[in-house]
Design a protein around this ligand. Structure first.
Ligand SMILES: Nc1nc2c(ncn2[C@@H]2O[C@H](COP(=O)(O)OP(=O)(O)OP(=O)(O)O)[C@@H](O)[C@H]2O)c(=O)[nH]1
Ligand SMILES: [Mg+2]
Length: 235
């Protein structure tokens, strides 16, 4: 199904639900005028309202999973339509990063969540170039100083180009993950990287598995694919 068909189906289901609520109201008024309390209609109305709420508000998380340096962050930047996620030739992503869609006109932000802190730290605001630059600086600091502030994840709020005209997808969050396999730097805790990727793999609603054509036969890729199969019974 193309995104346009998906959007049209979404709108059609939503307007059908809204019309059903109107019919229910008419039926209720008629029953009232006949002296009936029309109590039985309440559960139907509740079900329709619940479904309409889910259509509008439900959040879906789509995780991009791949071995290290396969191009996850680059791929997500292309979907977002701006270079905001840190990406470089060396292994880069250190924490899970959730990219949330905001309406055009709202201020883009890069937020950092740290263990034990309820509120996130605002790392950058506004311009995409500045967000990526500060993201890269912060990523290197976390790598070199062994995660000094116990950063648990980042969040980017940005108008995602690919879903800008598709209100049906506005509840989608794109999740960038670290490549979980072995890293040249002996300093970094690769166990934590693997846990982060596995956690996203288990909990997100959908997974995009990215393969780098130059290294798709590597053991790291087949190990990761085994993890996908073991953790997602539906595959
Ligand atoms: N030739 C080529 N290079 C790519 C492509 N996609 C990404 N790259 C390059 O590959 C390198 C790694 O890309 P990233 O997007 O950082 O990879 P990643 O999977 O996010 O890496 P980690 O977060 O470190 O696991 C960067 O230098 C990118 O410019 C592609 O489609 N073709
Ligand atoms: Mg990355």
């Amino acid at each position: 199904m193309s995104s346009k068909h998906f959007q049209a189906a979404h709108e059609s289901i939503y307007s059908t639900g809204t019309r059903l609520l109107q019919y229910l109201e008419e039926i209720r008024q008629r029953r009232f005028s006949e002296g009936d309390s029309a109590k039985g209609l309440q559960s139907v109305e509740d079900d329709i309202n619940k479904a309409l709420h889910a259509l509008k508000e439900q959040k879906y998380q789509v995780a991009v999973i791949a071995a290290m340096k396969a191009g996850k962050s680059t791929f997500l930047n292309a979907v977002i339509g701006a270079d905001v996620l840190a990406s470089e030739t060396a292994a880069c992503t250190v924490c899970r990063t959730d990219v949330r869609h905001i309406e055009a006109g709202q201020v883009p932000k890069l937020l950092e969540y740290q263990e034990g802190q309820r509120r996130p730290v605002v790392i950058a605001e506004g311009d995409a170039g500045e967000i990526q630059q500060k993201f890269l600086v912060r990523t290197r600091e976390i790598q070199e100083k062994h995660n000094p502030d116990n950063t648990t994840r980042f969040e980017i709020e940005y108008p995602i180009e690919a879903i800008r005209d598709l209100s049906s997808l506005s509840g989608f969050t794109l999740v960038d993950t670290p490549g979980p396999n072995e890293w040249e730097s002996a300093n970094f805790n690769t166990v934590a990287l693997k846990q982060t990727a596995l956690e996203a793999l288990r909990t997100c609603n959908a997974i995009l598995f990215v393969l780098n054509y130059a290294s798709y036969k590597d053991n790291a890729v087949s190990d990761l694919f085994k993890d996908v199969v073991e953790n997602r019974q539906e595959i």
